[in-house]
Design a protein around this ligand. Structure first.
Ligand code: MIC
Ligand code: SF4
Length: 661
């Protein structure tokens, strides 16, 4: 039987297990990436693993999130990252060089290889036919130390593209439409593969916009085939040698197929507070807007910047609108500057920011109280912009530029009639401006390099092994779609990423500022905390701090209706049980503050019973819970996560260890 692109690449990288959907597998990793908000912790974890050098074909550390340096903590982290990269053989992309995903697809990604990155938007690499997966920092550290990556073999949804995008409709509208169909939940265990005649009509930056925001679907990865368009992109980046054709076999099949007719597609918008809350721009157009922000790893390519510049050409942002523009990379920035496009964006009154994550992660440009902000990034989670009462709408660069001009949410197709603006039509350049001078190459032998550690950098705490019985409290009860931004806020708190005791103070800050204190009190009583959640717990960012900090606060189990993939893996890595209600209605029976006991938790995992009973002592009822854990997952949980395992069984792999009591 023919293979699709996902199956082909996984097959070539399989090192353990059987390539059957739902089965645990391990794959060889070719490339790793970290960024400066997750990298310090990942690197500290790597140090504890005892390897002497990064053992992948390419390891790269990007400095792109904390570039504003909101205190000594951020530059201290950067210095640590730089010395770490030199010591252990990683490239380091300096502050100002750009957002990891944009730079990676320009300069380093390779079709047919496997990339894992400690950032959920790593699947941007799928735009050039790479299996690129967002993971927690611990998994990147393990891959750099030479271990394979463990995952559940995904089912593949084939997304068939037919037709061609109409003027002013763009790649962002494709992924927003996919999000409207598939939503942000229920896609764990799936990968998305784009195929069909419409694929050929999309350039690499357009494909990358689509695969980037596939992260919001919750799929393991998203991918396009590597074809002549990919080749052209790599040639334009002066690296055609990295090209390899990877097409689905003619008789390839998919576990499910959805079809999108690009001809029929209209400008789309994701409304607050979920990227899955998508409607047509037409349905809500006319809404007054306070701010328009253009950039982020979803829409910061040369194509996006140039499109915006052409639309804005000769016009100024509406008096009521603050316009912010952030290019994705030094390459994009420089080309737009050299060719005069940047000048048009500046003339339109835009606030210009260096290539970085910026507004997307709440580093500056918070909207006013109750403000309406229209943005081209990928997430509009509650509070992420830095203003709790603000409302964020996610759109294409075309819609953003049109809105900046008019001051109200505008369907860009109206630009022609209202302002005589034609849809920008241009070919991507034959060659991009290539300059890797902001990427530092490590010495061949880094053993003499001394690591720099600022005072804010604290070792990650090691979880304790799973006790026989988990006795404690339902420390918080939350609803559906709780994101890792709810659990571990970013923005002004990002500077504490390397200091778990400090960062832990802000866990669930936007939902319940007393959480951290209450959790610590339970821990100090010698008991454990249990998080009670609804559907799709742990959406969004890959930040392992959303498991690490709760672990530090004594959380030993999350009980939810469903848990998202990356977060579940992070929970396991830090020894927190990811459990599901056998009967989802039982969620309603538990209240915050209930005394809970997970009976025989340890025995249940040792014997792999598949079920654990939770006694709600307050309500006097038993609640049956289930779990989906591989052999490896169970051993890690029993031992206290990856580090707990390494401490109990130094130098041993999980297959060499049998845990019987
Ligand atoms: C994000 O977009 O939320 C981030 C910041 O890039 C995160 C990583 C992090 O929390 O550092 C992500 O997407 O994984
Ligand atoms: Fe940076 Fe935003 Fe992309 Fe995350 S989603 S990597 S914060 S630009």
């Amino acid at each position: 039987m023919g293979l699709n692109v996902v199956q082909k690449i996984l097959k070539q990288h399989l090192v353990e297990g059987e390539l059957a959907p739902g089965k645990p597998i391990a794959i060889k990793v070719d490339q790793t990436l970290t960024q400066d908000a997750t990298g310090t912790m990942a690197d500290l974890e790597f140090e504890q693993m005892g390897a002497d050098r990064a053992k992948v074909d390419l390891a790269i550390s990007y400095v792109d999130h904390k570039t504003v340096q909101m205190g000594f903590e951020d530059p201290d982290d950067h210095k640590y990252l730089q010395t770490f990269a030199a010591k252990y053989g990683e490239l380091l992309s300096r502050s100002g060089n750009g957002i990891c995903h944009q730079v990676h697809i320009e300069r380093f990604g390779k079709p047919g290889t496997v990339l894992i990155g400690s950032d959920s938007h790593t699947p941007t690499g799928g735009g050039i036919g790479q299996i690129a997966i967002g993971v927690g920092g611990m998994d990147v550290a393990a891959a750099m130390a030479g271990m394979p990556f463990y995952l559940t073999c995904p089912k593949v949804v084939g997304i068939k593209l037919v037709g061609k995008l109409r003027p002013f409709v763009s790649a962002k509208d494709i992924i927003l439409r996919v999000l409207q169909i598939l939503t942000t939940r229920g896609n764990v265990g799936w990968a998305a593969e784009y195929f069909g005649p419409g694929v050929e009509t999309l350039s690499v930056p357009e494909r990358a916009t689509v695969t980037n925001m596939g992260a919001e679907l919750g799929v393991t990865t998203s991918i396009f085939p590597s074809d002549h368009i990919t080749r052209k992109w790599l040639r334009a980046q002066h690296r055609e040698v990295d090209w390899k054709e990877i097409l689905p076999d003619p008789d390839a099949t998919y576990d499910k197929v959805i079809e999108i007719d690009l001809d029929e597609l209209e400008p789309m918008v994701a409304q607050p507070h979920s990227p899955g809350n998508v409607v047509k721009v037409r349905e809500i157009e006319g809404m007054a807007v306070d701010q328009v922000c253009i950039g982020s790893c979803t829409n910061s390519s040369y194509k996006d910047g140039r499109t915006v510049a052409e639309i804005l050409d000769g016009r100024h942002a509406h008096p009521n609108v603050q316009l912010v523009y952030v290019p994705g990379s030094k390459q994009v920035f420089r080309m737009l500057a050299d060719e005069g496009w940047l000048s048009k964006i500046i003339a339109a009154g835009a606030v210009l920011v260096q290539p970085s994550c910026s507004f997307c992660i709440g580093i500056g440009y918070a909207p006013r109280s109750d403000g309406i902000s229209v943005r081209t990034n990928n997430r509009n989670f509650y509070g992420r912009s830095g203003t709790l009462s603000a409302k964020i709408y996610l759109v294409s660069p075309e819609t953003a530029a049109a809105t900046a001009i008019t001051g109200v949410l505008t369907d860009p197709r109206d630009l022609k009639e209202k302002f005589g603006i034609e849809c920008p039509q241009f070919e991507l350049p034959e060659y991009f401006h290539v300059d890797d001078s902001s990427v530092i190459t490590p010495p061949l032998d880094g053993s003499e390099v001394e690591l720099y550690r600022g005072p804010n950098i604290k070792e990650a705490p090691i979880p304790s092994p799973l006790p026989d019985e988990v006795k404690g409290e339902a420390i918080i009860k939350v609803g559906d779609k709780i994101t890792t931004d709810h659990i571990s806020p970013a923005g002004t708190r990002l500077k504490y990423r390397s200091n778990v005791p400090e960062y832990a103070k802000y866990v669930f800050e936007s939902l319940d500022p007393t959480f951290s204190q209450r959790a610590l009190e339970v821990k100090e009583r010698g008991e454990y905390n249990v998080i009670v959640a609804g559907d799709s717990y742990g959406q969004g960012s890959s930040r392992e701090h959303a498991a690490l900090c709760p672990m530090y606060l004594g959380v030993k189990a999350v009980v939810a209706k469903t848990i998202e993939r990356i977060h579940k893996a992070n929970l396991i890595n830090f020894g927190i049980l990811p459990l599901l209600y056998k009967n989802p209605d039982d969620y309603d029976k538990i209240d915050q503050g209930d005394k809970l006991t997970l009976k025989d938790a340890r025995k249940a995992l040792i014997e792999d019973r598949g079920e654990i009973t939770m006694r709600d002592e307050t309500k006097n009822i038993d609640i049956p819970l289930v779990y989906e854990l591989s052999d490896r997952d169970r051993k890690l949980l029993l031992a206290g996560g990856v580090m707990g395992f390494a401490k109990l069984y130094p130098g041993k792999g999980f297959k060499e260890v049998e845990i019987t009591e």
